[in-house]
Every structure is written in C-alpha cells, then in structure tokens.
Design a binder for this molecule. Structure first.
Ligand SMILES: NC(=O)c1ccc[n+]([C@@H]2O[C@H](COP(=O)([O-])OP(=O)(O)OC[C@H]3O[C@@H](n4cnc5c(N)ncnc54)[C@H](O)[C@@H]3O)[C@@H](O)[C@H]2O)c1
Length: 303
C-alpha cells in the first residue's frame, strides 16, 4: 500500500475508533460473565486486592490469592468463605522474587489449573524524597511494582495465548502517567508498569491473539492506608477515592473489557493539560506543579 493510502487509512480508522469510543460513553458494552474464571490476584492480603477478591468471588469466580503477608492473605480467604461460602486458594509468595514466582506458579497450575484472569496488584511505596531513599528500597519498588509483572506474565500468559482466552489487569497508578514530586521511584515503577502492559497488549494483538484482553488501571490516591496522610487541595475535582468505589470501577472495567481506567475522571483532564503544555518544557513542569496531585503528595511526605 502506498504512503498516501496508508495515511488515509490511519486517519479514517482514527475517526471510526473515536466515534466508537464516543458512542460507548452512552452505550457501554455489556459486562462479561466471570463465573468459573480462575482469578489470580497479587497483593490480595489487604486494600483493594482484598476487595477485588471478594467482588470476584461474589461473581462466581475461583480465587487464587498471593501475598507476602500470609496472615492478611488467609484473612481474605476467610472473608470469602464467610461471605460467599467459596474456597479461595492462598499462596504466600514474594512476587518480586522471580524464582519463587515460577515455583509457586507451577504449584498453582497443578493444584488449581490455568489462570484466566491475572491481576497484578501488589505494590509498595518508599515514601521519601529520592535522594533520601535507601538504594535497597528504590530497587524493591521497581521489583515489586513493575519487574514482578514480567515474571507473572511469563508464568501465566502462555496458557492464555494457547487457549486464546484470558485477561491481564495491571493495577498501576495516575503516578504512572504524570510525574509527581516526592514519588520519583514510585512513578518510575508505575510508568514502567503502564508501558509494559500497553506494549504487551499490542504484542498480543499483533499475534492475532484477540481473546486475551488487557485492562490498565491508573487511580489517584485511594483511602487504603498506603498513602496515609495524603490529602487533596480540590476534593470535588480530584477526590481521594474510597476503596470500595475503586474496586467496583476496576471490576466493572474488567467485565466490560475496557483497556484504560483513569480514576477520578478529572485525571483525563490533567493528562490533556499536560500534553497541551508539553511543547514548552518549562511551562509544562510549572503547569504540572499546579496540579493538586502535587500538593496531595507533599502533604503525605511531610507527615
Ligand atoms: N492506595 C493508593 O492510593 C493507590 C493509588 C494508586 C494505585 N495504587 C496501587 O494499587 C495497588 C494496591 O494498593 P493498596 O492501596 O491496596 O495497598 P495495600 O498496601 O493495602 O496492599 C498492597 C498489598 O501488596 C502486598 N505486597 C507488597 N509487596 C509484595 C510482594 N513483594 N509480593 C506479594 N505481595 C506484596 C502487601 O502485603 C499488601 O497486602 C498497588 O499496586 C498500589 O501501588 C494504590
């Protein structure tokens, strides 16, 4: 195809997809049934990991719970049993340890079966200015928040590709879209998580593997305790999210096979502002400083 035709095709298809996205704002796709799916969640022992586990159990999915915190993980399984009468399989695993991931993944395949929905949720934050952060903690952030996703995909994606069925969910952050003062290593790890999940989604499409879906989740602060003390300058526009709300949005997005989930919606505006001012580096950074993401974070760091 010649250059002109290809350019026209790209422009036309962009228009078609934009129109489709617009229509979907008013008529969202139907939610898929996740009953009987085998869902693996990392970081299932607390926060939104626990809430998502409970929600997927309510919807009839089989749960495989991974966490480094054995007690928290068992508590999630107990809550699932108590609330939904279902058994959840618990595994104590440090998902940043590649060999441990591969070993426990093999155990899961033997004991439960192939995972069909993988939710990379485990995450940590250093909570210090970059130059004050110990090297070991910076490395750990990268290992837990992004590198672990590589090992999880390596362990569980081949079976999804073979069946052309599955769903990969990356719990990243709005800090994976916009740099934030005081969260340098966290942002770097979340930018990596977003870039990895997006690239893998494209790799799967290019392979013709259209049955394996991807959802990339980028929330602002959630009231789980991870960012205790953070507050927001404009709570109406950029509220600190309630964990139950965030969980509901994520599970809905997975069921509707939505690729990107930014929460709250004002994150979309922040991204547009950032992109608009990116032509002028100085202004872009000054403009970004005005975003309340910045002030929320400073209040967290100065606790
Ligand atoms: N809380 C927020 O404000 C917020 C905002 C945006 C994104 N996120 C992301 O959402 C995810 C969940 O966060 P949360 O708020 O529920 O935090 P949380 O601290 O309540 O939960 C994180 C869980 O991950 C587990 N974990 C940590 N390191 C692990 C490891 N190496 N291996 C296995 N498990 C490990 C912890 O034990 C914990 O149970 C994280 O990836 C976080 O970065 C959180």
């Amino acid at each position: 195809m010649n250059f002109l035709l290809e350019t026209l095709q790209v422009l036309l298809m962009s228009l078609v997809y934009s129109l489709e996205a617009f229509v979907r704002l008013f008529i969202p796709p139907r939610k898929k049934n996740v009953s009987g799916e085998i869902v693996l969640l990392t970081g299932a022992g607390s926060g939104i990991g626990r809430l998502m586990a409970l929600e997927f159990a309510r919807l009839g999915a089989h749960l495989v719970l991974w966490d480094i915190n054995e007690d928290g993980n068992k508590e999630t399984a107990r809550m699932i049993k108590e609330t939904h009468g279902a058994r959840a399989y618990t595994y104590t695993c440090d998902c940043s340890d590649r060999e441990e991931v591969y070993r426990i993944a093999n155990q899961v395949k033997r004991e439960v079966g192939d995972i069909t929905i993988l939710i990379n949720n485990a995450g940590i934050v250093t909570g210090k200015k970059f130059l004050e952060s110990p090297d070991s903690l910076i490395e750990k952030s990268m290992e837990v928040n992004s590198l672990s996703h590589f090992w999880m995909y390596k362990a569980f994606l081949p079976a999804m590709i073979a069946a052309n069925h599955g769903h990969l969910v990356s719990i990243a952050s709005s800090a994976g879209l916009i740099g934030v003062n005081g969260l340098a290593d966290y942002c770097a790890s979340k930018f990596a998580a977003v870039g990895f999940a997006e690239s893998m989604a494209l790799e799967l499409l290019a392979m013709g593997c259209d049955g394996v879906k991807t959802t990339i989740v980028c929330p602002f602060f959630i009231n789980t305790g991870m960012f205790d003390g953070a507050n927001t300058k404009w709570p109406r526009i950029m509220p600190i999210l309630e964990p139950e709300y965030a969980c509901r949005k994520i599970v809905d997005a997975v069921r509707r096979e939505q690729v990107y989930v930014y929460m709250p919606r004002s994150i979309y505006i922040a991204i547009v502002l950032k992109k608009l001012s990116e032509n002028y580096t100085g202004t872009c950074l000054q403009c970004q400083r005005l975003l309340e993401i910045e002030s929320a974070c400073i209040s967290y760091l100065t606790q």
